[in-house]
Ligand binder design. Structure first.
Ligand code: LFR
Length: 464
């Protein structure tokens, strides 16, 4: 059969891309049409996303995709939790970046009204200070009539329709994990106006046709289809699993480590271990823990490069792989590593304060970071399995981190489980698959989608 052309917009915290996919009932082929950097921009009031700049790149990428193939549909995913506030359709300022520290006040405000354990029962989320609920509690909302999460904002700009895609909405802390609908009781207690939350849609639903001026500009009559618009939800769709007993690690800026379940786990043990119940595609639950991820490495490199030197990451990792000096095994989950800036210095101070060994080279520090991430990954896999009762015999490591051989090898060693690495572009693939199914190109449940991935991509296996 003739392949069908589908575009995926995938915005990560460090880079965004527009991918063009050609899909048949049994295969998917990806081509990158645009890639652009992304990151926080600091203005006097705090850390922001340059979301108009991102939109400009997205439009250019989509135009190029439409030039190369007759694109039938477009799906958008991004990192979670962050949103723009709108009044009468107009964005009221650039969205805040989740690493902005204004959220501390919001955490206090919310917990004063709804204590942490109650909040966990109401939304099933691990405590992350930047969950949307805490951010909104730090905003003035009197004049606001809509809050749109980043992928929903872009979909609105493309189609004119305001919706909240459900997997990403699940990261706000305002969705009831039992019903998958906005938690009206919680909103009322927190004094958050429910009018600002748009109607929910599920992955696979059509959001709309392109607005006439957009269709003109892109030279396309594609429709925008809702996907797992939380990037992690899309990544989990594209895990090339061939049996159900797997854990996943979606590793990019963050390392999201967990299992896929049919129902949320809302136990005290789960809350104490800071495990989250996020919404997955097809009503599944992503029971996972946020590990700091490659952020520790890329942000250290940014500090090392501040003096004008250039750090070649693949070279550094190759040196780290053969490094045999002292290694600092530190807690990669320490909240002190959340904010941007001086990461290498902060890690070294963290280790010194705790009497850990101090490597004397960048390769040594890179090794320490990767070892510490691998240890945190292995730990989270074990905990996910214990807390959920799900057997795990394989770890699928997908996303940019799957290119990091050292990380894959050490994760296998530390977990005692085989690690299957790849695909690198899992998020874009998951985004595309959900569209392909909505278009009727591919049929079946997640298992069927995953077998298409398994048949279409190269993976590498690391034995423990
Ligand atoms: C990964 C991710 C995580 C989320 C974090 C912040 O890109 O979406 O799942 O916790 O970014 O939004």
């Amino acid at each position: 059969t003739e392949p069908v052309a589908i575009a995926a917009v995938d915005l990560g915290a460090t880079s965004g891309r527009v991918m063009l996919a050609r899909v048949t009932p049994t295969s998917i082929e990806l081509e990158q049409v645009a890639r652009f950097p992304n990151g926080p921009v600091r203005t006097p009031d705090g850390l922001h996303w340059n979301v108009l700049g991102l939109y400009e790149h997205v439009l250019a990428g989509l135009r190029e995709a439409a030039r190369r193939a007759p694109v039938r549909s477009i799906g958008i995913d991004s990192w979670a939790v962050d949103y723009a506030l709108l009044r009468e359709g107009r964005m009221l300022g650039e969205p805040f970046h989740y690493r902005d520290d204004r959220t501390a006040a919001g955490v206090e405000t919310v917990h004063a009204i709804v204590p942490a354990d109650e909040l966990y029962r109401a939304n099933g989320l691990q405590h992350l200070p930047f969950n949307t609920v805490f951010q909104l509690a730090a905003e003035r909302l009197d004049d606001v009539d809509a809050a749109l999460l980043v992928p929903d904002l872009l979909a609105y700009w493309l189609t004119g329709r305001q919706v909240a895609e459900r997997t990403n909405a699940s990261t706000t802390g305002l969705l009831d994990p039992a019903t998958g609908t906005w938690n009206a009781g919680l909103l009322a207690r927190l004094g958050l106006p429910s009018r600002i939350l748009p109607p929910l849609v599920d992955p696979g639903e059509t959001i709309g046709a392109l607005l006439p001026h957009v269709a003109d500009e892109l030279g396309s009559n594609a429709h925008v289809i809702a996907v797992g618009s939380h990037d992690t939800a899309s990544a989990v769709v594209a895990v090339p699993a061939t049996s159900p007993d797997f854990a996943y690690i979606s590793c990019g800026t963050w390392g999201l480590v967990g299992v896929e379940l049919d129902a949320p786990v809302l136990t005290d043990a789960g809350r104490a271990a800071n495990f989250t119940n996020e919404g997955g595609v097809d009503g599944t639950v992503r029971y996972l823990h946020n590990v700091m991820g490659l952020w520790l490495l890329t942000e250290s490199v940014r500090e090392w490069e501040r003096d004008g030197s250039v750090v070649d990451l693949p070279v550094l990792l190759a040196e780290a792989a053969v490094y045999d000096g002292p290694v600092a095994l530190f807690d990669a989950n320490d909240p002190g590593f959340l904010a941007p800036g001086s990461m290498a210095t902060r890690i070294a101070e963290h280790c010194r304060d705790r009497g850990l060994p101090l490597p004397d080279s960048r390769a040594g520090w890179a090794r320490s970071i990767v070892e510490s991430l691998a240890a945190a990954f292995a730990d989270a896999v074990r905990t996910a399995s214990e807390l959920s009762g799900r057997r795990v015999d394989t770890i699928h490591l997908v996303g940019g981190g799957s290119q990091n051989e050292l990380l894959c090898r050490l994760t296998a060693e530390r977990s005692g489980l085989p690690v299957v690495a790849g695909p690198v572009e899992a998020t874009a693939i998951g985004n595309v698959l959900v569209q392909a199914r909505a278009l009727g190109v591919i049929e079946g449940g997640l298992e069927a989608l995953r077998s298409v991935v398994a048949a279409s991509v190269q993976t590498r296996r690391f034995e423990p």
